[in-house]
Design a binder for this molecule. Structure first.
Ligand SMILES: [Ca+2]
Length: 428
């Protein structure tokens, strides 16, 4: 049956009011379409091939797979770093590890500066209600200015500190700026699984804010099946409130897979390396974007990285992007509406454990320097995804270009200095 109330066949999903305004106003003068709610789910140490939709055979991830089926699955998306804190810093602030304030998982500096703008602050400026539930990693008391509640989140529940999150049964979690004690876990007891409490708070946030614009950031520290379970609960809640078509859901991971299980489950799939490597297995991550009616389901090989999120979000919600970032808006690519405007740009990573390692991606090429002053390894990711054949000697011009990019993509940080190059001194 056709709806004749308007004397028109009402195209699916278009209300009479929006249909009339569309018809009456020339396209160039259309107001921006209302930006969506955004749910950003970030798994912890989830490998490129951990979800079923990325090739996993032994662990089931039905909810993540359902997201991929209804959304756009990216095959060349990069995390900010090969470990948590710096990766999440890039995600939140739009700068890569060559310029970020948090460049490692360990002290001396694990706090955002007062001047830095986060993704959450962009959402706040656009009138969103924002909540973070899980693992923050970017500031803990006494650095009060760097708490999530001072960096754009109206609500926070979870772990503030990196190492704190290494136990699933903590004695305490943070509830906004207060300590929330879990007596069930006192004295080494395993009474309350933190992830379940955190998921409950995330769902509560949806219950309280489903009828207004919201940004839900869920950086979960959990095992993969538990994580998948939480993804399912969040998706179910969006459906229950009828806001699936108003909500962009992004699912990704902060770095490659770690531990013994990573090898057992082939968590990096065809990629070389794991967490703490700058080979692809350490930094290339699953990335899925679902927005029913706005993103066509499919697979995309667009290249982008965590530091593109902030400018992309600013673009999405119509806010200006702060100056001095490394990222660019890849909104078109995210929505599957065109290529990322990568032009000739390159992507850069550095890692301060294991000495000082650096990597760069430019077009199809990947350069890795395992030690300051050492020659780079060079791989062609299109012909050699597994980074097996070092082409540095065969392709000296490319190797030289990527070496130059590695050397010029960073500024020294008082907290995260590069060790002085000894290669030059020793050769004399
Ligand atoms: Ca991690």
């Amino acid at each position: 049956m056709t709806d004749k109330r308007d004397g028109l066949n009402n195209p699916a999903g278009i209300s009479r009011r929006s249909f009339l305004s569309t018809a009456a106003v020339p396209l160039a003068f259309q107001p921006r379409q209302a930006p969506p709610n955004v749910v950003l789910i970030v798994g912890d140490d989830l490998g490129y091939a951990d979800p079923g939709c990325y090739g996993q055979k032994d662990i089931r991830t039905p909810h993540v797979d359902s997201l991929a089926q209804a959304g756009l699955r990216f095959t060349q998306s990069y995390a900010g770093c090969t470990v948590c804190a710096p990766s999440r810093c890039a995600l939140m602030t739009g700068r890569h590890t060559g310029h970020a304030t948090v460049r490692g998982n360990r002290d001396p500096n694990l706090a955002l500066t007062p001047e830095e703008t986060t993704v959450a602050q962009i959402f706040q400026k656009a009138g969103y209600r924002s909540g973070a539930f899980g693992k923050w990693s970017l500031g803990t008391p006494p650095d009060m200015h760097a708490l999530p509640t001072r960096k754009g989140f109206d609500t926070f529940f979870g772990y503030l500190h990196q190492t704190h999150a290494h136990t699933y049964y903590p004695e305490m979690l943070w509830d906004n700026e207060r300590e929330h004690y879990l007596e069930e876990n006192f004295g080494g007891q395993k009474g309350k699984y933190s992830h379940d409490l955190i998921t409950d708070r995330a769902l509560q946030f949806l219950d309280q804010n489903h009828d207004r614009r919201f940004f839900l950031y869920a950086p979960f520290a959990a095992m993969i099946t538990r994580l998948d379970d939480s993804v399912g609960k969040i998706l179910e809640r969006l459906k229950r409130y009828g806001i699936e078509r108003d909500t962009l859901v992004i699912f990704t991971s902060d770095n490659g897979p770690g531990g013994l299980s990573a090898r057992q489950f082939h968590s990096s799939g065809p990629l070389r390396g794991f967490k703490r490597d700058l080979y692809e297995g350490g930094i290339r991550v699953p990335f899925i974007a679902r927005w029913p009616g706005r993103i066509q389901p499919g697979v995309s090989d667009e290249v982008f990285a965590f530091w593109d999120l902030l400018p992309t979000v600013a673009d999405l919600v119509g806010q200006p992007t702060p100056a001095g970032l490394d990222g660019i808006s890849v909104l078109k690519a995210l929505l599957g509406k065109g290529p990322a405007p990568n032009g000739d740009r390159h992507f850069y990573w550095e890692f301060h454990e294991r000495g000082f390692q650096q990597a760069v991606r430019w077009r199809d090429w990947k350069g890795i320097r395992l030690k300051q002053g050492a020659p780079i390894e060079l791989y062609n990711l299109v012909t050699d995804l597994g980074e097996r054949k070092d082409l540095a000697l065969q392709e000296p011009v490319i190797a030289k270009k990527l070496t130059g990019l590695i050397e010029t993509s960073r500024t020294d940080s008082p907290y995260w200095p590069a060790p002085a190059s000894r290669a030059g001194l020793n050769s004399h």
